[in-house]
Design a protein around this ligand. Sequence first.
Ligand SMILES: *Cc1c(COP(=O)(O)O)cnc(C)c1O
Length: 495
Amino acid sequence: MNLHYKSTRNSNLKVTASEAILTGLAPDGGLFVPEELPVLDVSMDQLKDMSYQETAYAVMKQFLTDFTEEELKNCIGKAYDSKFDTEEIAPLVKVDDTYYLELFHGATIAFKDMALSILPHLLTTSAKKNHVENEIVILTATSGDTGKAAMAGFADVEGTRIIVFYPKNGVSKVQELQMVTQKGSNVDVVAIHGNFDHAQSGVKAMFENQELAKELAGKGYQFSSANSINIGRLVPQVAYYVYAYAKLLANEEIADGEKINVVVPTGNFGNILAAYYAKQMGVPIDKLICASNENKVLFDFFETGTYDKNREFMLTSSPSMDILISSNLERLIYLIAGEDSEKTKELMEELKNGGSYTITSDMKDRLADFAAGFASEEKTAESIKAVYDKTGYVMDTHTAVASYVCGQYKEESKDGRKCVIASTASPYKFVKSVMTAIDDKYASADEFRLLEELQSVSGVTMPQAIKDILDAQVLHTLECDADKMEETVKGILKL
Ligand SMILES: *Cc1c(COP(=O)(O)O)cnc(C)c1O
């Protein structure tokens, strides 16, 4: 069977999986979605004994049907290898009565590695399959983690270039250092004077600019995206939810068929949407719990049915979730609108023009699989400390948002199901906030000294990714205003 993809804003546009990966965003500004959500064709009993790589294959082959077995296994093998510091790739750690699915064991110690270590391979394979001759220019907006993970994935990959935009004052010290020290002859990093939403809107505008596309083609270039709007990012993420469930079964933590809840610290809505896709594939997940930080636009949406980005943008200690426009929500909107691309388009235009939209009550009824909560800065810090004091486990600020929301959900709903928390970053990446949460005597300490301190507090060895930046050279210093992104790209590509 061949699964096609269509745009959330135009059901008549149909492309293959490899074409969708190559293009990133549909030409009408919509996102590519599978015509039909596939289901697993292997049983949990079989999945129970599979490695991460085998699980990834079982999941991804259902989505990427125009890839051959050899192509897909080759991509998976190159992605999930010794770049990860554990053979499990995504270990499931039991802390107290909760399970933390640690998605930060890759090259850049955040969960973006789960998808971005495979995307370059999916993309270059797609280019070959479709006889693309142009050099592919990956244009990426980052709230901190995507940028580094994408650069690490694409650095020196033949036939590609990558340009990353990040908010100058919106990322952690470690995140910034990771990006500006990135090696690779095909890599450029630009700090913009603005926030993540400016960066993301600027990138989207370039994708939709047909003039620019022509100019690029004239010089032998074409754009693609490494942001989670690319279906090639979303699909690999479905795999770890399947893996987590199979691990719970294998470890006899749950009974066959027992439903679990999943809690996801959410920004652009990619990770939690992958969990929703996993549920549609047949994984016994009951609630998908969306955890926001103080930029709680999603919490308000689930509560009221109104998405409203007209509000103050907060800089928080979980910067990778400092987002007011959650792009991937469009894929959920499309599903709850009964796959009505006209309706989806109308709502997205309202968002673009007025900054808000309200869904119908029928649509809201279809959100019953979801629950939502948010954590203030204070509660986030308290959660880090509480879990550390009780168990010795140190989690990062993003995971702490989810951990707090998880506890709050259990208390309010009296829902006793087991919870898996998507643990999205290593505490080393946000060391200042994490250590200060544990003890405020660290508030004025030097960030580099805190890295050592974290090692002794957590008993977890400093990851290679951190050691690498300690004495690396700064290679990128380019900055630009938020409305000058296109000029900057043209300058870099010498158009
Ligand atoms: C990107 C990111 C998130 C948010 O994930 P989305 O898929 O954008 O919702 C959460 N935590 C960390 C550490 C991240 O890097």
